[in-house]
Unconditional design. Structure first.
Lengths: 323, 121
């Protein structure tokens, strides 16, 4: 596919020429910091930050980290040792000078929903200095039991409703974890469903419009590439309930690559996997695991840190790879 | 309706085969004629697609799906008209026996864009 603008175009042009640099930055991929200063969106690459030092980063009130698509149990050519690359990701987190307040795992913990795969993941994640982890399921985590094992293990610290959705507050930010991988319909995309949409509408109704919102779910909540099922059929309705908020950050996994889009007050962001990369939308016959030379693999795996400073209108999202 | 053959009754099948072999030996040269139920109807799952997308079979014939992707897939009947498969990993198979004539649509519940049809004549 030669033109990615259908994904990256800034629809709600508001005087800031974001389109050009969005196009560059999203495909530069793995090392971009987003900040907002005086209403103007600024980006810095990780290389620029390295040059001037961490002091150039804004002081933050809250920082958390997104990991995604660990696919424990996958052992094919695209990455024969996903346990090792997941360990490397955890090492990176443990090496951070200021550990993140908590982690968000945006699904596909395992490859085949096997108890032993969940066990391996649980043993590894225990080694992380950051102990609080919030989860949403990927389709690989709910393969045979509609998500029962997943719910039994990963929703202990939250008040989950329905098939596992929930919300919580941290430092004045309202976080919403959604489930869009269950009860999928033939020919369709990811799906939230009526019950979850009703809950969401109710969940946000009493919040002030200045409350920053972070929504996380496995399958993108924006239409990335419907031909490959990379979208959620009723996400527009969910986003409709969030329109009145000044800052909405949407974090997804599933597509194993960094893509970003900004639409009005909503920033959409997908994270890298810690297991294997997938092709850019339409760039291959299918979205199956992408085989890359061994020396390139870790450059295409990674994690995402998100920082929030009270008073700023948008959260800073930084992707970093494992190379 | 279609009936479903589970892997966990493999043992029973194996025993049946042994018994069958014994009978075959007893029958001598008359054995070995392929009946219609032995015909191999295979749907290959590759590049996130069912091939062929539409398969025509006769009632009583077996249908086998085999996953050639590095991604797990499932075979799930639209409207639950036949037993769904477990998640099939690479090179794993799932077999059912075609039942009543009719058109059966199915999809992969992991990647619902993947759809296929079985026509039982």
């Amino acid at each position: 596919m030669k033109d990615h603008e259908h994904i990256l175009q800034n629809i709600e042009q508001d005087g800031i020429d974001r389109r050009g640099f969005l196009k560059c930055m999203a495909w530069a991929g793995t090392g971009v910091l987003w900040t907002v200063s005086g209403g103007v969106l600024i980006s810095r690459t990780l290389a620029q930050i390295a040059k001037v030092g961490a002091s150039s980063l804004p002081a933050t009130d809250l920082s958390f980290l997104q990991i995604s698509d660990s696919h424990i149990g996958f052992n094919k050519e695209a990455n024969k040792d996903v346990t090792e690359t997941f360990k490397i990701a955890l090492d990176r987190i443990n090496a951070m000078p200021t550990p993140p307040s908590f982690l968000i795992h945006t699904g596909d913990i395992t490859q085949l929903s096997k108890p032993e795969e969940f066990d391996t993941f649980d043993q590894l994640v225990k080694t992380c200095r950051t102990k609080d982890v919030f989860y949403v399921p990927g389709e690989h985590d709910v393969l045979n039991d509609g998500g029962k094992i997943y719910r039994d293990r990963y929703l202990k610290s939250v008040e989950a409703k329905g098939s596992g959705w929930y919300s919580f507050n941290k430092n004045g930010v309202h976080f919403i974890g959604l489930v869009n991988v269950l009860n999928l319909q033939a020919g369709g995309l990811g799906q939230l469903g009526e019950e979850q949409l009703d809950w969401l509408k109710d969940d946000v109704k009493d919040l002030g419009a200045d409350t920053p919102i972070v929504v996380f779910a496995h399958i993108p909540l924006w239409t990335v590439y419907p031909q490959w099922g990379w979208g959620t059929s009723d996400s527009e309705r969910a986003l409709g309930f969030l329109k009145r908020f000044g800052s909405v950050t949407v974090l997804n996994g599933h597509i194993h690559q960094v893509l970003q889009k900004i639409e009005g007050n909503v920033t959409f962001h997908t994270a890298m996997s810690t297991a294997f990369p997938q092709p850019a939308p339409g760039a291959a016959a299918s979205p199956g695991p992408m085989k890359v030379p061994a020396e390139k693999l870790r450059g295409m795996l990674g994690l995402t840190t998100v920082q929030y400073k009270q008073g700023n209108t948008a959260l800073a999202v930084v992707d970093s790879n494992l190379s | 309706m279609m009936t479903f053959i589970r892997k966990n009754i493999k043992a029973i099948l194996l025993i049946s085969l042994v018994v069958l072999n014994f009978c075959v030996a007893a029958l001598g040269d008359d054995a070995g004629v392929a009946t219609s139920s032995d015909k191999k109807n295979t749907v290959e799952i590759k590049e996130f697609a069912f091939n062929p997308p539409t398969l025509k079979v006769k009632a009583g014939e077996k249908i086998t799906w085999i996953n050639r992707d590095e991604e797990p897939h499932t075979v799930v009947s639209v409207g639950k008209k036949f037993q769904k498969s477990p998640a099939l990993d690479t090179d794993q198979e799932f077999t059912i026996t075609a039942g009543a004539p009719g058109t059966y649509e199915y999809f992969c519940s992991v990647h619902p864009k993947m759809i296929g049809t079985i026509v039982v004549e």
